[in-house]
Write a protein that binds this ligand. Structure first.
Ligand code: CP
Length: 336
């Protein structure tokens, strides 16, 4: 596997191998499997978990990493093709990616959605173009439409917690946020749960259904895995028997790229904040998941986040183990 742009890039057997190896690495974190290897980390957008877990993971495997954060000690980078570069960006990724690749054995990149054109962001063309420019293995650290490292860790978290793959009820719920957010995490979490064979409900207010291409991909995974994917705006019905609520906010597709027009619709939805009351009809011990960062008492109450349901810190911990396993798969394993 030369590029990991989406969880779909891992075949069923390699996914299971990576998950198993992630478990082994959690139990025995240190090795010299990447001794002498360098991983370049390019962060076009901010991060806490992804940046720290990648650097820590490479170090625990005996390798080295360096970080480029455009605009913070390095040149602003342009990602669009055919533009007249007379603005802030002094360098184009067409040069920057192959240059960095000469200094490293792998390249890992975060580049969020532009948030202007729905079709453009869903196509994930920017990260795909960057991967195509890289002669060395390439890892997506969150792009416009996908956050595969996050959901690889989330899959492990669900396995760790023994949430059933088949018959497990997974609610992906829209929650309020002051601004419209992109589809990378909800699209990836939905596809992951469907591929895992779970009974998935996308719970969202009217007008906030995920784009049809995102839903269609999840339904296709469910058809293959024996799972199911439905949508609802009925919270009580969606939560009945739920094992997991995975909270995330996203933009209303009809207003994509026009936040001012969406604002009045969004303003009336502040009660979409996960609280204990949501769990009335859920399965005993039902969990709360979120990729973090999370706004307390905006997306989820303190009570849920600080209580026994919340596994958000465990999810973040699994980023380390899962990404180490992925790097070994790409640089030193059977899939390399
Ligand atoms: N979940 C996640 O990717 O966190 P960061 O944005 O902090 O990296």
């Amino acid at each position: 596997m030369k590029s990991f742009l989406d969880l779909d890039d891992l075949s069923a057997d390699r996914l299971e191998a990576v998950l198993a190896r992630a478990g082994e690495l959690e139990r025995r974190p240190l090795s010299d499997a990447l001794r002498g290897r360098i991983v370049a980390l390019l962060f076009m957008n901010p991060s806490l978990r992804t940046l720290a877990s990648m650097q820590a993971g490479v170090a625990q495997l005996g390798g080295t990493s360096f970080v480029i954060a455009p605009g913070q000690g390095s040149w602003q980078l342009e990602t669009r093709d055919g533009v007249v570069m007379d603005g802030d960006a002094a360098e184009h990724v067409r040069e920057a990616i192959p240059v960095l690749a000469q200094y490293a054995d792998a390249l890992a990149v975060r580049c969020f959605a532009r948030g202007k054109e729905l079709g453009e962001d869903l196509a994930d063309g920017v990260i795909r173009a960057m991967a195509a420019l890289s002669p060395v293995p390439f890892v997506n650290l969150e792009s416009a439409a996908s956050h595969p490292c996050q959901v690889l860790a989330d899959w492990k978290t669900l396995d760790d917690l023994e949430v059933p793959r088949h018959g497990g009820r997974f609610v992906l719920s829209w929650v309020w946020h002051p601004r419209p957010l992109p589809y990378a995490v909800p699209a990836s979490a939905l596809a992951m749960a469907a591929r895992r064979g779970m009974q998935v409900t996308v719970l969202r207010p009217e007008g906030y259904g995920l784009p049809e291409s995102v839903m269609a991909r999840a339904r296709a995974w469910a058809a293959r895995s024996g799972g199911s994917v439905t949508e609802s705006s009925d919270r009580e019905a969606a939560m009945t028997g739920a094992h997991v609520v995975y909270a995330k906010s996203w933009a209303a597709p009809a207003f994509y790229g026009r936040p001012a027009e969406e604002a009045p619709v969004r303003a009336g939805l502040r009660e979409w904040c996960v609280s204990e009351a949501w769990y009335r009809s859920a399965a005993p011990g039902a969990r709360f998941m979120h990729c973090l960062p999370v706004r307390r008492n905006v997306k989820v109450t303190d009570e849920v986040l600080d209580g026994p349901r919340s596994v958000v810190v465990r999810q973040a911990g699994n980023r380390l183990h899962a990404q180490k396993a992925l790097l070994l798969e790409m640089l030193a394993g059977e899939g390399a």
